[in-house]
Design a protein around this ligand. Structure first.
Ligand SMILES: [Zn+2]
Length: 330
């Protein structure tokens, strides 16, 4: 079947529930549907119920079970265009836009977007195989401060303030960019203490990597034994050759554009998910020679939605259940 290329063709293409089920199933189970209860592949499809029935454990399962779609009353015909939008819009998509575009309540749209962000979250795995960098790579490490109200404070002061455990109201995000592979890893960190920042580098970056950071005190000691390390002073107006963190700063500007322009007020509690969202789009641009297209970015997420659950209660800290969020009748 032909792959949609634009949002318009995607909405048309995924207007049929069975087409949606087939699309999700083929990405979720590349080797054919597998019973989530017992792991067997012997089953038959109940066409009217759009579910599989396992011949081994006799249980029925849908394509939604055990994924970000579980318990959602929203049809896949709305979920898939929402995924298309969030994986492809450079600055993100607000819940108000989803509300208007797909005819779900803003609250439902907000919940859907958070579940999709969970789907976009990359599972890097553990161990040296899954790290970035390497002897041939150059890696930039930098932090940024989001929210709060000390905008005009010099960055050095901010860093020192945070290092001392100052409650500035800002949330700190650390970013690690492999320049060669054009892959970024970013996450919210609790502080800019040396131990915190270096632990993350050790966790994400391969031994022997050329690591560039700024002048932050947290990087000054302890790095040399593991990585060749160069520091760049961002207050200087020039860049010392290849020693800079401009690549990560480019990522920060993308992240901040989305946060300021589209999302406006993000609670620190949810910031990690917006970071995951931006990381996904950034890492799935493809290469300069061969950019990744919208369909590929969309389809890849369909393959990583399983084993991810996010209930409304988990998301909000409230007791209200996800299944009580129902779509508007228009
Ligand atoms: Zn089974």
């Amino acid at each position: 079947m032909e792959q949609p290329k634009t949002l318009q063709s995607a909405i048309k293409h995924y207007s049929d529930e069975q087409v949606c089920i087939d699309a999700v199933a083929s990405m979720r189970w590349p080797g054919g549907p597998t019973c989530p209860a017992c792991g067997h592949k012997e089953h038959y499809y109940l066409k009217t119920q759009k579910r599989w029935k396992c011949r081994v454990c006799r249980k029925q399962f849908s394509v939604k079970v055990g994924s970000i779609f579980e318990d959602s009353p929203i049809p896949l015909q709305k979920w898939l265009p929402a995924i298309w939008l969030l994986t492809n819009c450079k600055n993100g998509v607000s819940s108000w836009e989803i509300h208007r575009a797909l005819g779900v309540t803003q609250k439902t749209a907000w919940f859907m977007l958070h579940r999709i962000r969970l789907g976009m979250k990359e599972n890097y795995g553990h161990g040296p195989m899954h790290k970035i960098g390497g002897p041939e790579s150059e890696v930039e490490v930098d932090e940024t401060f989001i929210g709060g109200h000390k905008k005009n404070m010099h960055r050095d002061k901010q860093v020192r303030y945070e290092a001392q455990g100052g409650a500035s109201g800002k949330t700190i995000v650390q970013g690690i960019l492999d320049r060669t592979a054009r892959q970024v890893r970013a996450k919210v960190v609790p502080n800019v203490k040396r131990e915190t920042l270096q632990t993350e580098i050790l966790r994400q970056v391969k031994y022997g990597t050329q690591v560039y950071t700024d002048e932050a005190v947290a990087y000054e000691h302890g790095m040399q034994w593991r990585f060749v390390h160069d520091m760049v002073n961002k207050t200087e107006t020039y860049v010392r050759g290849r020693v800079h963190v401009n690549g990560v700063e480019n990522f920060w500007s993308l992240l901040k554009r989305g946060l300021k322009g589209t999302y406006v007020a993000v609670e620190p509690y949810h910031l990690d998910r917006y970071v995951d969202e931006q990381v996904y789009r950034f890492n799935n641009r493809g290469s300069r020679e061969k950019p990744m297209d919208d369909y590929a970015r969309f389809e890849k997420v369909l393959g990583q939605l399983a084993h991810k659950r996010l209930t409304y209660a988990e998301l909000t800290g409230k007791t209200e259940e996800a299944r009580t969020t129902t779509p508007q009748p228009f």
